[in-house]
Design a protein. Structure first.
Length: 148
């Protein structure tokens, strides 16, 4: 089965970092996304999608994003049922964020450059040798003797 959601839009409010009773960071925020179709050119419709981010992803979002920031979110859709204050049964549909990325220009906000992202499952980046010079490498003598 496949459950993958990818959205890109603007935050409708500043995300606030909360902590669970066991010390886990969490934030919820809403992303406004314009629909690509409309009945008339002047009347664009917008969807407001609720997103929940946990742990380091939540900390990243609350540190670098603010109201109006362009954000890309990749995650999975989750539903939950609950009872409101009046005892009415309600259903909530939200995206649980796995990855979040900047997608606006650097001047739009955030202190990290455009294109930066946080991947909850990523490890440290691999070393890059793109800036190495020829002097950084040893010459290997070819004596036609294979080591295997």
């Amino acid at each position: 089965m496949l459950n993958c959601a990818v959205i890109m839009g603007r935050l409708v409010a500043n995300p606030e970092l909360r902590t669970t009773g066991t010390g886990i960071s969490v934030t919820s925020f809403t992303v406004a996304i314009d629909r690509k179709f409309s009945k008339s050119p002047e009347e664009r419709q917008t969807d407001f999608i609720d997103v929940v981010a946990w742990r380091q992803t939540a900390e990243f979002v609350t540190k670098y994003f603010q109201k109006g920031s362009m954000i890309a979110v990749q995650g999975s859709i989750q539903t939950r049922n609950y009872e409101d204050k009046n005892g009415n049964k309600r259903k909530s549909v939200e995206i649980i964020a796995d990855n979040v990325s900047f997608c606006g220009s650097k001047s739009e906000g955030g202190t990290v450059g455009a294109g930066s992202s946080y991947d909850a499952g990523a490890t440290a980046p691999a070393a890059s040798y793109a800036t190495a010079s020829a002097g950084d490498f040893d010459n290997v003598q070819d004596d036609d003797e294979l080591p295997f």
